[in-house]
Write a protein of this length. Structure first.
Length: 88
């Protein structure tokens, strides 16, 4: 599983958080979850499982302040792949 997790300053307020995943050969994406500063902001299961996924969350986190986002993608075999992004 290949994942990306990035952030960018939103001109209006706070941060935009972008996440994506691409399944490797022989696996599919069964669910994806994004946590921002420890709180679940996105949680979705895919039935049937999918090959590629992307999501952008608008105006999340705190500006100014310390922030952490975490992406958890679960494949169709139940294995998790995590990514984390932290910034101030």
């Amino acid at each position: 599983m290949k994942t990306t997790l990035t952030h960018a300053k939103n001109p209006a307020a706070d941060w935009n958080i972008s996440a994506s995943a691409a399944a490797d050969t022989g696996e599919k994406i069964a669910s994806a979850q994004i946590l921002v500063n420890g709180s679940t902001e996105y949680d979705k299961s895919f039935n049937p499982p999918i090959n590629n996924w992307q999501q952008t969350l608008i105006q999340k986190g705190q500006y100014p302040g310390d922030n952490t986002s975490e992406l958890i993608v679960t494949n169709d075999k139940g294995d998790d792949t995590d990514a984390e992004d932290s910034w101030s």
